[in-house]
Design a protein around this ligand. Structure first.
Ligand SMILES: Cc1cc2nc3c(=O)[nH]c(=O)nc-3n(C[C@H](O)[C@H](O)[C@H](O)COP(=O)(O)O)c2cc1C
Length: 207
């Protein structure tokens, strides 16, 4: 039955340079890695020397409808591997520019774990900017490629995060990825959200 509902091919591009020490991403990955219809691609594992195979990455993107960039928030941005990936894979004439239409109409979002709490990511908080503001270069890069950029999934306050909270994030991440795959999200309710996992019940349609 579930095959009948499945509509989107979801690619999770995962980047964590010290995954062996990870607590939160480990839990999130464990929650989704074996889902049917999801491709999980660990960039640091695939390219320990940072030598990205551009054609392989472009082929993967072409084969999927929704891309999730999952990573810890490092210096208000992505780990270096994802920046390298952007710089090499999003080529002129393929991703953007004349004839660069390979990514048109696909959807993309960040799934982030952040040490800082949500209250810190406010104009008056110690990080001064919201996560969405800080993600603006990524949002605009993929918009330039004709993709629809969705609000991020964010697990805030990772330092000392307890198992109960990690379990909740893992459950919500799994639910969200399944909704992306099965196309059960209320897409119009996503626009303008700071993060998708503040109130998942309001976003996921009953089927
Ligand atoms: C190099 C580095 C930079 C970081 N920069 C930020 C940051 O800019 N903002 C933030 O909230 N947390 C930052 N952190 C904290 C990480 O986001 C946090 O340790 C990670 O999300 C925890 O996930 P994990 O258990 O999967 O490693 C940084 C951590 C490291 C090691």
């Amino acid at each position: 039955m579930i095959n009948d509902r499945r509509r989107n091919r979801v690619l999770i591009l995962f980047a964590h340079p010290a995954f062996e020490k990870s607590r939160v991403n480990r839990r999130l990955v464990d929650a989704i890695k074996d889902l049917e219809g999801i491709t999980f691609h660990d960039l640091y594992e695939a390219y320990p020397e940072l030598h990205i195979r551009v054609e392989r990455e472009q082929a993967l993107l072409e084969q999927h409808d929704v891309v999730v960039l999952q990573h810890p928030f490092f210096w208000y941005s992505t780990p270096a591997m994802l920046k390298e990936w952007e710089d090499l894979v999003l080529q002129h004439g393929w991703a953007f520019g004349k004839d660069g239409t390979a990514l048109q109409g696909k959807k993309i979002l960040n799934a982030i774990t952040a040490g800082g709490r949500e209250s810190a990511y406010q104009p008056k908080g110690y990080n001064h900017f919201t996560i969405r503001q800080l993600l603006a270069p990524i949002e605009q890069s993929f918009r330039l490629c004709g993709m629809e950029y969705l609000p991020p999934f964010v697990a805030h306050g990772t330092h000392g995060m307890g198992h109960e909270v990690m379990d909740r994030h893992a459950d919500e991440y799994r639910r969200f990825i399944i909704a992306l795959r099965d196309d059960t999200l209320n897409w119009s309710a996503l626009a303008g959200l700071e993060r998708v996992n503040a109130d998942l019940d309001a976003l996921i349609r009953d089927v």
